[in-house]
Design a protein around this ligand. Structure first.
Ligand SMILES: *Cc1c(COP(=O)(O)O)cnc(C)c1O
Length: 235
């Protein structure tokens, strides 16, 4: 089924939209099955599960970390992660910088580059439980720091967000527009002022199993899909 699910989702994705297969809570065998069907980018949300899978599965998998990341856990994923999508605090950025330096040899060997790519997670949904910066918070933060001096081994690549967990297309649309508008405002403001270009900060990661079609209509270029590929998760 995984192969068929992947094929039918891929058939709906326009050119330029990257598919992240969210494999959290699914066993390594399921990841391998998706890999055998050609999928190379996978998303995980817990550092221990991430580490265990990355250790045993093929080396050319691109692992994205998409869950809430505690600062004391960054060290476990730093050698192996291709993109941390869930940066939600200034402290976490500081820690990613520290661990990128600490694991620079490992990262050079694996990626040819020590820097860690990250997305800034934005909180736009109704649920208070979701993490992420508000658009105002991230604007203030990036306005107040020298990005390249403070985090020379971190590359800001774009923004990530989640819509509210309610079945309301209009609300999803509104929230996705807020994410995109925030990317635009950062590009026109603090990023431009600090020499970070649109080509460098180009990832718009929003859209999951239920809402990814709306997300793409609203400009997403990276969707993170779990359930529709792997089935329901057993927590
Ligand atoms: C679990 C998760 C997904 C995938 O959700 P599905 O509804 O299973 O597609 C996407 N993004 C994040 C951040 C997640 O935690």
């Amino acid at each position: 089924m995984i192969k068929e699910n992947l094929q039918s989702i891929r058939a709906t994705l326009p050119q330029g939209v990257t598919l992240v297969a969210v494999s959290k809570f699914h066993p390594a065998e399921a990841v391998q099955e998706a890999y055998d069907a050609g999928q190379r980018i996978f998303g995980e949300s817990r550092e221990n599960e991430f580490k265990a899978k990355a250790a045993t599965l093929p080396q050319d998998i691109e692992w994205h970390f998409i869950g809430h990341l505690q600062t004391n856990k960054v060290k476990y994923i730093a050698p192996l992660v291709s993109l941390i999508q869930s940066i939600d605090s200034e402290r976490l950025l500081d820690e990613v910088e520290r661990q990128a330096v600490r694991f620079s040899k490992e990262r050079e060997a694996r990626f040819g580059d020590a820097c860690i790519d990250v997305l800034l997670q934005l909180h736009v949904a109704r649920e208070e439980t979701k993490s992420g910066f508000s658009p105002d918070e991230i604007m203030q933060l990036l306005d107040s720091v020298n990005i390249k001096e403070r985090w020379p081994h971190v590359r800001l690549r774009g923004v990530m967000g989640m819509a509210s967990f309610v079945d309301d297309k209009d609300l999803w649309r509104k929230e996705f527009r807020t994410i995109k508008a925030c990317q635009r405002a950062l590009l026109d403001g603090p990023l431009k002022a600090q020499g970070i270009t649109e080509e460098q900060f180009d990832i718009l990661s929003f859209g999951m199993s239920d809402d990814y079609k709306v997300a793409i209509e609203e400009g997403s270029n990276m969707v993170r899909i779990g359930t529709s590929i792997f089935g329901h998760r057993e927590y």
